[in-house]
Write a protein that binds this ligand. Structure first.
Ligand SMILES: [Zn+2]
Length: 658
């Protein structure tokens, strides 16, 4: 224990800043920071190896790096230019240990690199709590002689011999203070009090920029901003994307391959995780979830996590990957990093619990957003709707034409009644000839749609949603239910129960997993694939034989270009155009903006192919959002091409509407 810090500090600083202290922040914290039961759940000495991914951030605060991996091109170049990290943006999960990392720095700085420091949290009470329970006790313990007066130990303003520490909530007056800062930490900046609906804004300026303006005269300043992400479009994420984008790479205990742990690696899709009905047994999921190595496929048990973390290193995003992802240009001296709860040492977010949360969040966008942002530290994409959404809204059963403020004439029968009544998701508005399901596979998500078809080709979207495994789709096949978990209700015959008569799934990247699924459903579902015009042999849809482990497979290929024309142009854009009288498509009245937007992200545009030769091409505007629901919807009309004729043929099918 340091006994006379005043003398120690004076001596150290007499020697000048060039001689760095023998211990950097996390080394110092390991030696001197000792948690008492009053401070929280963990007692005993601070262990930097519990959250080793916070070391780089702590090193960046004072520019005191100890082990730089040779692959860290960004940091090596920075140091080669004799520069220091001036800003560090940390996109973190809920249980990551970064608040403690900043507290370590707050305790270290007064002794070894003093300068005015501002620590801002998302609320004043939280700021007081952190100051009183986690910073002041350490300062008293370690720099007793540095504190000028015990009376200055208020929770928001700590005056030490060489420096001032200010604590504030996001609206604290401290942010306006003219006094120049050397250090600032903004903790959970995305969740700071919102002004006019924009988090972190204060008098029209973002808190991050308020604080930046206080660094004007300070040399060697450091701004640390860390937060759970919220929206992709936020200032915080834009700032982080223009930084180095370090990620934490850990080795597989089996093959040693270095990888960033991702949500898609969680493995719980096993027999033991299900009950007799095939539903997830959440206790079993919590207990049995493992992680699948993305290199060797080996299932890694969670007990290896401490060793994996210990051997982990932070590496910046490569220049190639930045180019590919169209990232913003690198801002000089700005480091950024991202860490998820998959690396967290804390039992509250062990892999099994994260897996359980993923399952519970299926089909629930609000929960999905929470799990994605708070636990996987991935920002959420919010989407805007543009004018063309009107085309989609006009397809809603019983829609009102905004120009005439009346129903569209073609929606009405001879007596002025709606041919298909207004209905909600989970409801079937007429007695169907068949009910069909489709699923588009995008990475780890299976977006599904369920439609009801009349024998004349009239189609009603009954419901849609997203699940994370083919097992969930299988459950849906055995016991079809809406996104709310209720059985589908037919407005024309409420007592009738429905099954899925036909299913079509995108055979995707993992074709064999999809084959397994289709075989398991007893060919209730078929694999399918969109192909170019020539591959489709001039046909709209055709079956193709394949063989998988001795089992004959029938895979449906469809002319992607033409099916999109059928769906987007004939079923949506020209829905009410009397010149194109094809069977109608109807949407429920409560379709969400997300769903609408996914129908709008594709457009057919003329593209120059050679010289002045133009060709019409389907372009997917990825910035607008995914097109998975659009893909899943168009596949409904592939099913109609395949099975429609067999329903059209017999004229004796019962019809509910006159
Ligand atoms: Zn491996």
């Amino acid at each position: 224990m340091i006994t006379d810090i005043r003398g120690f500090v004076a001596e150290t600083w007499a020697e000048g800043i060039r001689d760095r202290p023998s211990l950097n922040i996390w080394e110092y914290a390991r030696k001197y920071l000792h948690f008492t039961p009053k401070m929280g759940n963990i007692t005993g000495p601070y262990d930097p190896d519990l959250t080793p991914y916070t070391k780089l951030f702590q090193e960046a605060v004072t520019g005191d790096f100890r082990n730089i991996p040779e692959d860290d091109w960004w940091l090596l170049a920075l140091l080669e230019r004799s520069q220091r990290v001036e800003e560090c943006f940390v996109v973190k999960s809920s249980q990551s240990g970064f608040t403690q990392a900043a507290i370590n720095a707050t305790v270290y700085i007064p002794q070894f690199a003093p300068g005015r420091l501002l620590y801002v949290l998302d609320s004043v009470p939280k700021a007081k709590k952190v100051a009183l329970t986690r910073v002041i006790p350490f300062l008293k313990q370690l720099c007793g002689k540095v504190i000028a007066s015990e009376q200055d130990l208020t929770s928001t303003f700590i005056e030490l011999l060489d420096m001032i520490i200010e604590f504030g909530g996001s609206y604290s007056a401290g942010l306006f203070s003219e006094k120049p800062l050397r250090y600032a930490f903004l903790d959970d900046v995305e969740y700071m009090v919102a002004e006019g609906g924009v988090a972190g804004m204060l008098d029209g300026v973002h808190v991050i920029d308020h604080v930046r303006s206080r660094f004007t005269t300070a040399q060697d300043s450091f701004l640390g901003v860390f937060s759970k992400p919220n929206l992709e479009s936020s200032d915080f994420i834009s700032n982080a994307n223009a930084g180095s984008q370090h990620r934490f790479y850990v080795p597989c205990p089996n093959c040693n391959a270095r990888q960033v742990l991702l949500k898609t690696g969680l493995y719980y899709d096993r027999k033991e995780c299900r009950d007799l009905l095939g539903r997830y047994d959440l206790d079993a999921v919590e207990a049995l979830t493992t992680y699948r190595c993305n290199a060797c496929g080996h299932l890694i048990e969670e007990k290896w996590k401490p060793q994996m973390n210990a051997a982990g290193i932070m590496l910046p995003k490569s220049k190639d990957a930045r180019r590919r992802d169209e990232d913003p240009a690198l801002v000089p001296r700005r480091m950024s990093m991202q860490i998820s709860d998959l690396n967290s040492p804390f039992p509250k977010v062990k892999w099994g619990i994260l897996a359980r949360m993923c399952i519970e969040a299926e089909n629930n966008p609000a929960k999905l957003k929470h799990v994605q942002t708070n636990h996987f530290a991935e920002p959420w994409k919010e989407k805007a709707i543009n004018l063309r959404a009107e085309n989609v809204r006009a397809v809603i059963a019983g829609a009102i034409n905004p120009k005439t403020e009346k129903h569209f004439p073609d929606d009405l029968d001879g007596e002025g009644r709606l041919k298909v009544p207004r209905y909600r998701r989970g409801e079937i508005p007429f007695l169907p000839a068949y009910v069909s399901a489709t699923s588009d596979v995008q990475g780890d998500k299976f977006k599904w749609t369920v439609c009801a078809f009349k024998a004349d080709g009239t189609c009603a979207l009954v419901d849609y949603g997203a699940v994370l495994s083919t097992n969930s789709l299988f459950e849906m096949t055995l016991d079809p239910r809406s996104h709310t978990g209720d059985p589908y209700v037919c407005l024309a015959d409420p007592a009738r129960r429905f099954q899925l008569d036909h299913g079509l799934i995108d055979s995707g990247d993992d074709t064999y997993a999809i084959y397994d699924f289709c075989i398991r459903t007893g060919w209730n579902w078929y694999p399918s694939k969109g192909v170019g015009g020539l591959d489709a042999g001039g046909q709209l849809v055709f079956g193709r034989a394949d063989l998988y482990e001795g089992t004959p497979i029938l895979r449906y290929h469809y002319n992607d270009y033409q099916i999109k024309v059928l769906y987007y142009k004939h079923k949506i854009e020209r829905a009410h155009d009397p010149r194109y009288p094809s069977p109608r498509l109807y949407f429920p009245e409560d379709i969400e903006d997300d769903f609408i937007l996914e129908q709008l992200s594709e457009s057919l545009v003329p593209v120059v192919v050679r010289g002045s030769t133009k060709m019409m091409k389907w372009i997917h505007d990825k910035k607008m959002g995914p097109n998975d629901y659009g893909d899943a919807m168009k596949m409904q009309f592939v099913i109609w091409q395949i099975v429609g004729p067999q329903y059209m043929a017999p004229p004796s099918k019962p019809e509910s509407h006159p």
